[in-house]
Design a protein around this ligand. Structure first.
Ligand SMILES: Cc1ncc(COP(=O)(O)O)c(C=O)c1O
Ligand SMILES: N[C@@H](CCCC[NH3+])C(=O)O
Length: 451
């Protein structure tokens, strides 16, 4: 073992050269991903076989891993009336939505497009909550026409617009107010949503007055209260602080004669990407249940990341190895357009090989590599300073890629988006074809006036 070893926590070894992520130790924490005689498998399918069959870059998801998390939420909150509304933005592939719809999930959406996906996948509109700060007239019309379960309203102007559209359609609009409780979620500033500096929700101190306004509107039905304070929360305390503020409002509203039918605590539960230790779903529930039981109202949750992140991997192939005097670059066929989380949030995601070294871990056999894409941006990296033993043509798996992976991908540098595959037991199936390059410009129109 290298003398430069600084510390080890079971999954990672930090050295002066970089970080070694022990693939076998990491996969012990990942559902449905494991090494079988040194080869990486998901459920009962060899990842090597998938890379051969579908090529790279390719997202692969385990159906069982998704269902297990859904079941963990259901079991953990079984003592109370609850509804899991999966946050579609985390992974909106129709196959993923279909698996969750069949399991009984509701959905949290932020656009007309997400609602169309939910309905196309067999979800029920009345189990859908509609979040988002900028709902348009057309979003609202479509949602009301489809029989949406609840609008999570984020401003007075949105409330007024929903009432106007409902009046025109001669319908009543079910609404909650999304309250901004001004609670620090202790997460990356770009994904914190419950502070008063953030654009989201209606300030806690203004909420009762806005509810009174809503109660006076002709075509609004007040059904609940909502808050969502941020994403990738690893501790339970911010959730409790937000819940306390929501409960306080429920009581204030009761005193004003406004009775709610549910509370919605949003999503935000974090996951382990490498060595984080987020509170488990079970412990999260145990911490909230006493207060929720006492309150006695049905509770909605909007988990996104915790439902799908660790059900997915991104497979990518090493195209070019470029060692330099200062740094080693491994240029792979996935890039920031496929997975933007490292570039956008400096997120650290694990990169593991298809095959374990037969001699076991020895960081002396490895080199520090920056795993980068071929895009013309210095910020185009997937991981930095990772101790790996690499050869051109190797396939690597980036774990934790099931959430905010494909859904945040783009065509930057005219790169077609990756394919997506679902695994269930020994079965695997393409659930989204790799985009063709022609499709990228098929809707563009040549300028006729060009001289
Ligand atoms: C309103 C709302 N609900 C739910 C979620 C899902 O959050 P997460 O993926 O962290 O569970 C988000 C995203 O942060 C959101 O903005
Ligand atoms: N896109 C973010 C999460 C944003 C949550 C959306 N409200 C991520 O990849 O971590």
């Amino acid at each position: 073992m290298s003398e430069t070893k600084l510390q080890a926590d079971g999954v990672t070894i930090h050295t002066e050269q970089g970080m070694y992520v022990d693939p076998a130790a990491l996969t012990n924490h990942l559902p449905e991903l494991h090494y079988n005689q040194g080869e990486l498998w998901m459920e009962q399918v060899s990842i090597h076989e998938l890379a051969e069959c579908y090529d790279t870059p390719c997202y692969v998801y385990s159906q069982q891993a998704i269902l297990d998390v859904y079941q963990a939420y259901s079991d953990s909150f079984a003592a109370i009336d609850h509804q899991i509304c999966y946050a579609v933005k985390a992974n909106s592939n129709l196959a993923v939505l279909g698996v969750l719809a069949t399991a009984g999930a509701g959905f949290d959406i932020v656009s007309r497009g997400e609602l169309m996906r939910v309905l196309a996948a067999g979800g029920q509109a009345d189990k859908v909550v509609f979040s988002g700060v900028g709902k348009t007239k057309s979003d609202i019309e479509y949602a009301l026409t489809q029989g949406i379960g609840c609008f999570n309203v984020e401003s007075i102007s949105e409330l007024t617009l929903i009432n106007e559209v409902a009046t025109q359609l001669d319908k009543r609009a079910p609404i909650s107010l999304r309250v901004n409780p001004d609670v620090d979620a202790k997460t990356h500033p770009y994904i914190s949503t419950g502070l008063k500096d953030n654009k989201f929700g209606i300030a806690h101190e203004e909420a009762v007055a806005v509810y009174e306004k809503a109660a006076a509107l002709s075509h609004i039905d007040i059904v609940g209260i909502d808050c969502h304070i941020g994403s990738q929360l690893t501790e339970v305390e911010p959730f409790i602080a937000a819940l306390d503020k929501v409960i306080e409002l429920v009581h204030s509203l009761r005193e004003k004669g406004i009775e709610l039918r549910h509370i919605d605590l949003g999503g935000g539960l974090g996951v382990r990407y490498i060595d984080e230790s987020p509170v488990s779903i079970h412990d999260f529930a145990q911490a909230l249940l006493p207060k929720l039981t006492e309150l006695g109202l049905p509770v909605f949750f909007e988990p996104g990341r915790s439902m799908v992140a660790n059900a997915g991997i991104l497979l990518t192939r090493v195209d070019v190895l470029k060692p330099t005097a200062h740094k080693n670059f491994a240029i792979v066929d996935a890039a920031m357009n496929d997975l933007i989380r490292p570039a956008l949030y400096q997120a650290e995601m694990a990169v593991i090989p298809m095959t374990l070294p037969s001699e076991g871990i020895d960081t002396d056999d490895t080199q520090p590599w920056d795993i980068v894409g071929a895009i013309c941006e210095t910020g185009d990296f997937l991981a930095k300073d990772r101790l790996l033993s690499l050869a051109t043509g190797d396939v690597l798996a980036i774990t934790g890629a099931g959430a905010y992976g494909f859904t945040m991908s783009s065509n930057y540098n005219s790169r077609p988006r990756a394919s997506e595959v679902m695994v269930a037991g020994s079965h695997h199936q393409l659930i989204r074809k790799r985009e063709t390059t022609e499709a990228l410009y098929a809707d563009e129109i040549l300028w006729q006036n060009a001289k």
